[in-house]
Design a protein around this ligand. Sequence first.
Ligand code: NCD
Length: 335
Amino acid sequence: MTYDNIKNESYARADITPPGGNPFPHKHLLGIWGLDPAEIKYLLDCADHYADSNRQSGKNTKTLAGLTQINLFFENSTRTLMSFEIAGKRLGMDTISMSTSTSSIKKGETLLDTALTLNAMRPDVLVIRHGDSGAVELLSRKVDCAVINAGDGRHEHPTQALLDALTIRRRKGHLNGLTVAICGDVTHSRVARSNIWLLSAMGARVRLVAPPTLLPVNATSMGVEVYHDMTAGLAGADVVMMLRLQQERMSGAFLPSLREYYKFWGLTHEKLSVAKDDVLVMHPGPMNRGVEIASDVADDIDRSAIQEQVEMGVSVRMACLDILTRKQREEEVGP
Ligand code: NCD
């Protein structure tokens, strides 16, 4: 079953309008699900441009000067929060990050009241991370500005999938036809879900490689191939994407022990030897070295693209901020 089949059979998202003259006709970026390949390509092309300019000395611009970005993170983050901040600043935005540990959330203010309070300050973009699947979409219906989902529960993490795709595309030249093995804790991973939708939409073959306890029950209906063995799952792969074992989202026993997990599912050079010679190793971070990935694989400069993923994170987030504020910037300038 292809991405298009699945998309058409399931619900059509309310905030998605069909592509027309505007290459990205969406107010928000809530997920990859529902985006067209042309829209994904548009985001990646724009991010690619920023990736090049970010390597130049004059990389700071005033493109979005005068606009305000608020980052509202209800879950911990290093890479995503920092790169959203840097992306906004690099485009000249006023960027503010709200720490939920020092805000009125600690005094019992609800998620919705917090969002409405921030909305009243008239930001142009709200970047939200929340532990509940669907929370970001709910908030997007209540505020006036553009909303970017920086990860909601196990649901989606669209900018991570975009930065992963950009990293692959810059290394391999294309996404179409590549075999990508996504390995490990798929059940708890929003990164996996967004990547499955994006890579399938762009014509890659996606394999999920995990023990049955760490795979969602509907895995086979997601248009992917499922493997319960690393050797079979990694054979001939162009890209191996490792996932963190998300113990904070686990209640009960999903695995016997970390040692056993590493033995069967941890990525080592030996397990990787069945993949293509030029295989790309990826991990969204934060990494558990010695649990899902061996240190010497993570640090292998010939194969690991993990630091490049972080670099591409800034470019992708610049592209998202730029594209989602274009309409309002055009309106302000007038015809
Ligand atoms: C991921 C996340 O938060 O979903 N991290 C990230 O954004 N780079 C993956 C993870 O936490 O394991």
